[in-house]
Structures are given as C-alpha cells and as structure tokens.
Write a protein that binds this ligand. Sequence first.
Ligand SMILES: NC(=O)c1ccc[n+]([C@@H]2O[C@H](COP(=O)([O-])OP(=O)(O)OC[C@H]3O[C@@H](n4cnc5c(N)ncnc54)[C@H](OP(=O)(O)O)[C@@H]3O)[C@@H](O)[C@H]2O)c1
Length: 326
Amino acid sequence: MRAAYIEELGPPEVIRLGDLPAPVPGAGEVLVDVLATAVDPVDALVRSGVFRTPLPFPFVLGRDLVGTVAEPAAGFAAGEAVWCNSLGHGGRQGAAAERVAVAADRLYRLPDGVPPLEAVAVLHPAATAYLALFNHGELLPGETVLVAGAGGNVGSALVALAARAGARVLATASPRDHAYVRALGAAEVVDYREPAARLAELAPDGIDLHVDTSGRHDLETAVGLLAHRGRVLLLAGPGARPVLPVGPLYMKDASVRGFAISRATVAELAEAAAALNDMLAGGGLRPRALEVLPLEAVAEVHRRMEAGELRGRRVVLRVAGADGGR
Ligand SMILES: NC(=O)c1ccc[n+]([C@@H]2O[C@H](COP(=O)([O-])OP(=O)(O)OC[C@H]3O[C@@H](n4cnc5c(N)ncnc54)[C@H](OP(=O)(O)O)[C@@H]3O)[C@@H](O)[C@H]2O)c1
C-alpha cells in the first residue's frame, strides 16, 4: 500500500513516499481504507524529534484520518464511514497510508451527511480545543475565558466551543480576523498588538481561563489578568521559556497547566469525539480555509507548515482516489 513514512528523525527531507506492507489488524482493531489525512503541527514535532515518542520504523506519519471500514470487525460494518484522531503516537502507526489498523476504541462513526474532507480538517484543532477547555481548563458556564490567537485553527475552535458552553469569550486576533472571531461567538475581540490594559478593562473581575495558541507566552501579563483561582493553560510554544511571577500566581490560588492532546486517554478522546460529532452533524464545525492536496505533497506541506505559511488554514491530503463528497 502507498504510504508517507520516515525511517529516521529529521527535516521534511526524511519523508519517504512508497509502498509498505498493509497492516494486519490485531484483536480489537479495525482495518480502515483511508480516504484522507490532515497535516497537523504535531506531525512536524514528531517527525523532527522535538516531541519524543516511541516510533516503530518505518513510521507512517499522520494523526488524523477519515475513511471507510474495510472489513467487519469489533461492531463496525464494512463500508461504514469512520474517523480517528489519535494515530502516530505512543508506538501507534500513523494515518498517512492507504490502509490503517485502528483500535476500535479510537475509531468513531462519521455522522451521515458530513463532508469527510471538511471533517478530517477540523478533528485535531477542535478536539484540542474541547480537551483544553473542559478537561484541563475546567471551564464552567458563565466564566470568562481569554483566547489569544483566536483567528487560528485551534483558537477559532476554542472560541466556538467556549461560547457554545456558555462562557464569556474575550479574544485577541489580528484586525482582519475580528469579524470572523466575533461570528464564532466572542463577546469582545482585541488586536493582539494592543496593550494588556485593554483586556483588564474588559474583564474587571479577572480571567478565569487564559489560553494562548500563539506560543509567545507572557506570563507576567497572563497571571496579572487572572481572577482568583484562575488557570493559565499552556498548549503551544515548545521552545518558550517565559518568566513566571510566583507571588502573584500563588496569592491568587492560580495555576499554570500544560496540555498535549497526544497524552489524552482513550476515554477523554471518546468524550471529545462525541461533542465533535454533535457539532459536525449540526454543521457547527467547519474549516475556515481548506486546501486539499494529494498524499504526494506531504513533504512540501511539512516545509510550508514549518515556514509558518499555513497559519489559519488547514491542509488535507487525499489518500484514496475518490472525491470524498457524499
Ligand atoms: N498542545 C496540543 O495538544 C496542541 C494541539 C494542536 C495544536 N497545538 C499547537 O497550537 C498552536 C496553534 O496551532 P494553530 O493550528 O491554531 O496555528 P495557527 O492557525 O497558525 O494560529 C496561530 C494564531 O496565533 C496568532 N498570533 C500570532 N502572534 C500572536 C500574538 N503575539 N498574540 C496572539 N496571537 C498571535 C496568529 O495570528 P496572525 O496570523 O494574524 O499573526 C494565528 O491566528 C501550534 O503551536 C500547535 O503546535 C497544540
């Protein structure tokens, strides 16, 4: 079967495109014919070795897939439309191949009528947003959340999910993204170049949950804006080494937490999947800018992603020949 894989860690040049033996599903696994996979920032972190995880070489790249069940197994019928967003980590092979064996408890049915290429584009940022807000950020209805980088893929999903859950959403974004971010449900949107005093005015009782997707962390400012028992959730910027203002943090009973979706449990992923499927079925979760390319473009897409050229847009790699429209 055709696959995009690596045999060593390194830059995009280590990516190979070629034939590998098709996987043989083990007990509790389902064989999936892959229609498409997405390219996520974490794929580059794994490929380069920045995010260390056991890799069986040759290692197939890719976190997310959408496809159809190849043969009946574990309660799934042949031909059912399915998706997965937790491949390519912890010893699991990735999604960028014609056939993938997926553990049944990591495989979810795609609701009828949802365009599969749009779905696979939003799985990673939206599941990240769900787990960040509710499992790690412990966001409650009526709380105030600040989403920095709200025009981006994860940021826009954070805004939509937090607003849907009844939180008051403050957001920072470039002015060109303000209308889009407001339409997603943000109560207030501020240019991220404006001084933090503007955010303090908008949240006089403080921020309950602060999430910055840009990776440029200013914890002096973030902790200063927090409410009593506020939380700063870190999920981006692997190289950032910001100064932590210890006194203001503990005197507010506040906390700084880290979160990586790669570490999510099967139960957490399943909970997020149910919420995503609800939103997908209702048409409430769609990529803002979607580019569909053939699997052969994988190395070039990794290069563009690392050069910062994919900001706010999603790239989906088509693996099977079908057009994916249903
Ligand atoms: N921890 C996890 O589980 C997890 C999961 C998924 C993704 N991530 C990480 O999340 C990050 C975001 O991914 P993404 O796909 O959403 O990226 P993205 O689409 O590029 O979004 C980043 C956003 O940040 C904005 N931005 C840039 N500088 C800023 C600043 N100083 N203040 C506020 N906003 C600023 C950008 O706006 P402009 O383009 O207008 O400058 C852009 O809208 C990546 O680092 C990714 O690795 C983590």
